[in-house]
Design a protein around this ligand. Structure first.
Ligand code: GLA
Length: 408
């Protein structure tokens, strides 16, 4: 090899290496773009849909779920974003000799039901427990996690609510001293175990943790694969229960964001136990909280008021804002603010004072970070309020809410 060739070689090698590196970079970025295009992040906004428990409880049947899928489309709810049709507890039957779970007689063919739901452009959700029994005493997934995850994937499940229930007794059994740290570690392992089983199916399945907020689940929920986690005990269809749960969420906002949501439990709108103003409060507060919007009523029998609450697109847009920032309380007693994309803010003024008066409430616009005039829209009156200066005073019905969108 001549002297000149020896001198040229390092730069030639360098050029080839550069070309190789550039080629590899293009390949990697193409693969990445393809992968991300094919699998958009799960739950990038709070999940929306329906869950059977609040209305049907253990009575839910396959025909109820089909009727729900029909109604969610016919009512316009699907097109407003309510996509998940989720069966809660009481679908579970027995395991066969190989340990495979089968639905009970109320759900003769789970795969056919999932297909029906999918054909309507919806997604299909199901429920189980890390314990041997679910909260209503049906078969849980304890010791069958992989097998159950595979069964769900075969059926076409898109969402799993995984409810602690009898796993609490397993925790006590293994650690009679009930050391809280050991108990929490066991619980986290149980949730992680099902997470791995779901990942191994290679089917995108939203993973909803339900353990009532024990041991500040919002701090470790993402670590065990949770896309959302219940922060409290069960809601019931009363103003007291709803308001206690909803207003107690202040302070949890830093744990929420795209792909990981605090879940203050499902909607009760339309179930009959609250007044329309109180249901407007739940819908507004849940939107301010960037909470999952899972309707819990009988969608095949909705009156116009219920529809107008669940289908308020302005309020839904606050919940689904792409920034995914959970709102919080900015002033007493219950003035809440949620930053939205484009610099706008949602503001909710709740009348939480339980007297018989509709109260005038005044808010100062600088409380929401505005120094000059702001444009305002009333999201329940469906009307633009023009330009506000300095403050805004409004009469808010008892147990009700005035919800605004403000922007400069
Ligand atoms: C628990 C959950 C509820 C519901 C029931 C079903 O109580 O918190 O949301 O799933 O179990 O048994």
């Amino acid at each position: 090899m001549g002297v000149s060739a020896m001198k040229l070689m390092p730069s030639e090698v360098a050029r080839r290496l550069l070309r190789l590196a550039a080629g590899a970079a293009i390949l990697i970025s193409t693969l990445w773009a393809t992968a991300t295009a094919q699998s958009p992040r799960l739950a990038s906004t709070p999940p929306m849909g329906w869950n059977s428990w609040n209305h049907f409880s253990e009575e839910v049947t396959e025909s109820d779920v089909r009727a729900t899928a029909d109604a969610i489309v016919a009512s316009g709810m699907r097109d407003a974003g309510y996509i998940y049709v989720n069966i809660d507890d009481s679908w579970e039957g027995q395991r066969d000799a190989q340990g495979n779970i089968h639905p009970n007689g109320k759900f003769p063919d789970m795969k056919a039901l999932a297909d029906y739901v999918h054909l309507k452009g919806l997604k299909f959700g199901i429920y189980s427990s890390p314990g041997p029994k679910t909260c209503a005493g049906y078969e849980g997934s304890y010791g069958h996690e992989e097998q159950d995850a595979n069964t769900y994937a075969q059926w076409g499940v898109d969402y799993l609510k995984y409810d602690l229930c009898s796993y609490e007794s397993i925790m006590k059994l293994w650690d009679p001293s009930q050391d809280p740290q050991k108990a929490s570690a066991m619980m986290q392992q149980a949730y992680e175990k099902m997470h791995q089983a779901l990942v191994n199916t290679h089917r995108p399945i939203v993973y909803s943790l339900c353990q009532y907020g024990i041991d500040s689940v919002w701090k470790w929920g993402p670590k065990v694969g949770g896309d959302l986690w219940r922060t409290t005990d069960d809601i019931s269809d009363t103003y007291r229960s709803m308001a206690l749960i909803g207003f107690s969420q202040a302070g949890l906002e830093k744990y929420a964001g795209p792909g990981h949501w605090n879940d203050p439990d499902m909607l009760e709108v339309g179930n009959g136990g609250m007044k329309p103003d109180e249901y407007r409060t739940q819908m507004s507060l849940w939107a301010m909280l960037a909470a999952p919007l899972l309707a819990g009523n009988d969608l095949s029998k909705m009156d116009d008021t219920t529809k107008s609450i669940l289908l308020n697109r302005d309020v839904i847009a606050v919940d689904q804002d792409r920034l995914g920032i959970q709102g919080t309380r900015v002033g007493p007693p219950q003035i809440w603010m949620k930053p939205l994309s484009g610099g706008a803010k949602a503001v909710a003024i709740f009348n939480y004072v339980l007297d018989d008066q509709a109260n005038p409430i005044t808010v100062q616009l600088d409380e929401f970070g505005f120094s000059g005039p702001v444009h305002a829209r009333d999201l329940w009156a469906h009307k633009d309020l023009g330009t506000l200066h300095g403050s805004y005073t409004v009469i808010v019905p008892k147990g009700g809410v005035v919800m605004l969108r403000l922007w400069e």
